[in-house]
Design a protein around this ligand. Structure first.
Ligand SMILES: Cc1ncc(COP(=O)(O)O)c(C=O)c1O
Length: 441
């Protein structure tokens, strides 16, 4: 409850009221934002890729408390240009080669915009039938593009769902896997459950295991190689009733190209498969596509049935209620952007984009292999990487492989061309040379 003074302050000193959804004002401000973003893309190459700001920089320039009176969108955009862009690491820069690509596209952005524009909540079919049905359709399209067996598709009694991130998708599948076993052996036996992952597995799996209550001692890493295939693993898993999930978050997208499909050979025997379409499939964050053979396992672990959500369609059991396929109740209309991406580029163009990124990675590999000082680079990699990134000319991150601190170079940013890859290599060489001469005894 507010005090009398502050209530009066609100009433008489609160600036002008506008309708927050006035359509003409929306048109005016919306055009302004589109222009701003278009200019951002025009200039993105000029910005230091990794933001150079010091911790706390923003607090120094923004007011300490929320403005009582409205600021115009023009003023806010000026602040964005002046203060926010400075503190952004430019994931969409053509000189971005860090972590993983977050491949943007016009179709993805516009699909996202439309989804925000409709601002609906598709938790069950009746709350927006188009949201559920479009998601069913694009998930089947994706499964077909990846040549997954029909049992992963709605048309084969499986099906797909779009969640936010892979962490969520793994958590949901692990919850279902846990319950499938506990329903047989009794919930009191949870301490006996074991989760296996490849020694290359993302930490998302370990985190999910902790959340679903698996004893940390029962998380096992299996030694695998680049060429390990899912087939034999799935055969063993089947004998023991183990759920197999294939996490293809980053590189799974490439498997829509026939020449890369062999990387997921054996997926036929898995129970579930996921990939992040926001990583390397031109949809914007967030868009994790999870396909499962037995959606009933998800529903049985994740469904809720409060009175206010009951309706005839649910009772008929003829429809998908996506709230029962995920952690949260509310959900965004993410299928729109995936539909825009697939529809607006077509499979042929998507394959072409992905191949061009792979070719650029191969080009970089050739450049590195052509440098005779390869052996020396490892000794300085950590400092070398920091100095490259501090220059703002390119951004790369690292991995520790077999005990060696390696610089990772991930191609896939939509605006990257071969010339950027060549320049990035020049930047590496320049910093390496400066380093070697500084370290000379
Ligand atoms: C193979 C793999 N699994 C899981 C993740 C985590 O993905 P998310 O951030 O969508 O949860 C990543 C992303 O870095 C990944 O590359």
């Amino acid at each position: 409850m507010g005090s009398l003074t502050s209530d009066l302050e609100l009433k008489y000193n609160s600036g002008s009221f506008t309708n927050p959804l006035d359509s003409e004002e929306f048109r005016r401000q919306g055009h302004m934002i589109i222009d701003f973003i278009a200019d951002y893309y025009k200039n993105v190459e000029k910005y230091p890729v990794r933001s150079q700001v010091e911790p706390g920089y923003l607090q120094k320039v923004l007011p300490e408390s929320a403005p009582n009176n409205p600021e115009s969108m023009e003023t806010i955009l000026q602040d964005v240009q002046q203060h926010i862009v400075l503190g952004i690491t430019h994931w969409q820069s053509p000189n971005y080669f860090a972590y993983f690509p977050l491949s943007g596209s016009i179709a993805g952005f516009l699909g996202e915009m439309l989804s925000s524009g409709f601002n609906i909540v598709g938790f069950n079919r009746i709350s927006s039938p188009a949201a559920t049905e479009l998601e069913n359709i694009v998930m089947d399209w994706l499964g077909q593009m990846l040549k997954l067996p029909k049992s992963f598709l709605f048309s084969g009694n499986g099906g797909g769902v779009i969640q936010g991130t892979t962490c969520e998708a793994i958590l949901c599948t692990l919850t279902s896997a846990r319950d499938r076993v506990l329903n047989k052996i009794g919930r009191e036996n949870i301490s006996k459950l074991v989760v296996y992952g490849s020694d290359q597995t993302h930490c998302a799996l370990e985190k999910a295991a902790q959340i679903v209550g698996i004893d940390v001692k029962n998380f096992r890493a299996i030694k695998t190689t680049k060429s390990s295939s899912y087939g034999p693993l799935c055969d063993v898993a089947k004998q023991f009733g183990i759920w197999v999930h294939v996490d293809a978050a980053y590189a799974g997208s490439a498997c829509i190209c026939p020449e890369f499909r062999h990387f997921i050979d054996g997926v036929e025997g898995a129970d579930s498969f996921s990939l992040n379409a926001h990583k390397w499939f031109f949809a914007t964050l967030d868009c994790c596509c999870l396909l499962v053979k037995d959606p009933r396992a998800l529903v049985s672990s994740l469904s809720t049935n409060p009175e206010y959500l009951k309706n005839k369609a649910i009772e008929s059991k003829q429809v998908v209620d996506y709230k029962d396929w995920q952690i949260t109740l509310s959900r965004r209309f993410r299928s729109l952007k995936l539909w825009f991406v697939i529809g607006n580029y077509g499979v042929a163009n998507l394959r072409h984009f992905l191949r061009s990124h792979v070719n650029m990675a191969t080009l970089f590999e050739r450049l590195v292999n052509g440098d005779k000082r390869g052996g020396t680079i490892n000794e300085f990699n950590r400092e070398l990487l920091e100095s490259i990134n501090a220059s703002g000319k390119a951004y790369m991150t690292h991995a520790v492989l077999g005990g060696i601190y390696a610089i990772r170079f991930a191609t896939g940013a939509t605006l990257t061309e071969e010339r950027h890859v060549v320049v990035a290599w020049t930047v590496v060489q320049q910093h390496l040379e400066a380093f070697l001469s500084a370290f000379k005894p």
